[in-house]
Design a protein around this ligand. Sequence first.
Ligand code: MG
Length: 448
Amino acid sequence: MTHLFGTNGIRWIIDDHSIDYPVKLGQAAGTYFGANSRVALGMDTRTSGPMIFNAMLTALESSGCDVIDLGILPTPAFQYAVKDLGVAGGVIVTASHNPPKFNGLKFIAGDGTEFSREQETIVEKIYYDDALKRAAWDKIGKQYRERHVHDRYRSSIISQAKLGEKTVRTIVDCGNGTSWEYTPGILTKLGCEVLTLNAQPDGRFPGRLPEPTENNISSLMMAMKLHESDIGIAHDGDADRASFVDDKGKFITGDQSLALFVIDVLRKKGSGKVVVPVNTSMTVLDSVEENGGEAIITPVGSPLIARKMMEINAVIGGEGNGGVIFPEHMYCRDGMMTAVKMVEIISHNGSVSELVAQLPEYCLSRDKLAIPLGMRDEIMKKVKNEAQGEILDIDGIKITHDDHWILVRPSGTESILRVTVETKSKEQCNNILKDNMNWVKEIIQNLS
Ligand code: MG
């Protein structure tokens, strides 16, 4: 059985599938949630959003589900709504940070967390077995419109913020995505000065691509140099992530911002467990250790991080891509909450560039290589057998040495292997990456 779900839901290029595809996915979702259940439905700002939203709406109703239409909203606001409204679960039409031609679906469980792998497998089985249930004429689901929960979500975030004396000057780059009605307003309400970029929803993403990487947010970096601002904030399309630019116009990496949040939480709490995936930088891991915390390592993927956090009562968790989970708020990545927490740190401590300068510095480098179809498991087995050092094999093979680590990890969606290295010295970084790329290439050649 082919997996429909990737690391974060189902994604596809709109032109590659007819509308039958989301209709069948919607029927599978409706069959999973069951007749007479209430299911929330939302979407991001993509051009294909209303089309897929309506297909899902029809399909869910045909399965006998009542649909709560939440309209356009960020993924974390949607997750909040699912829990707040007490519905059976929800589906949000979003392709997160992918380019405009993509769209996709994220399935949310009744507690507001992303579907577990087990729940995804049940939906996949219903889909592939054609075990789709249809409601009789008098049991077809109804449609309800709900907008008040959006305000409750905003209020919940505002109530979590404890800002200091300093008025924080911000520039928010919404990237034409779902954050436009959230982050600027929330920060204004908290007393921040707010300038915006790309703060109009537009599924063509004319301002910039939806992923807030250093390359994609050059306008924000430029704006930070032109205006005297304290922090630049950039969200991805569905606003579960936030990237930052410092007061000098320099990009702050996701690992650096995660380290700042970890330090802040651990200093307040004194100790606690911090959940991060296997590809997390030593900048974060050192910050956990130096501040009395304990790092718990999971495979890559925010649903796994969130569930592990719930299980062990972690104080914070997140990924090095700007997706951070603050458990007091919700067990999901939340770009708005992440932005507010960064502003909170600055309001108490001053310049973010000075805070980043105090973080331990490492050099992270990555490359990828194509692998022959169907040989993934064989290659990874050989990598594990030949690897020397401390081995962690929960997701790919991570090899840790005293002053560096290497991660060889197959992509979940493409026939490629990614090789990541992180070293203490910059000089070592490229050489170690080159050596390890050669090692993996040799393994592939010997097996082919
Ligand atoms: Mg996202």
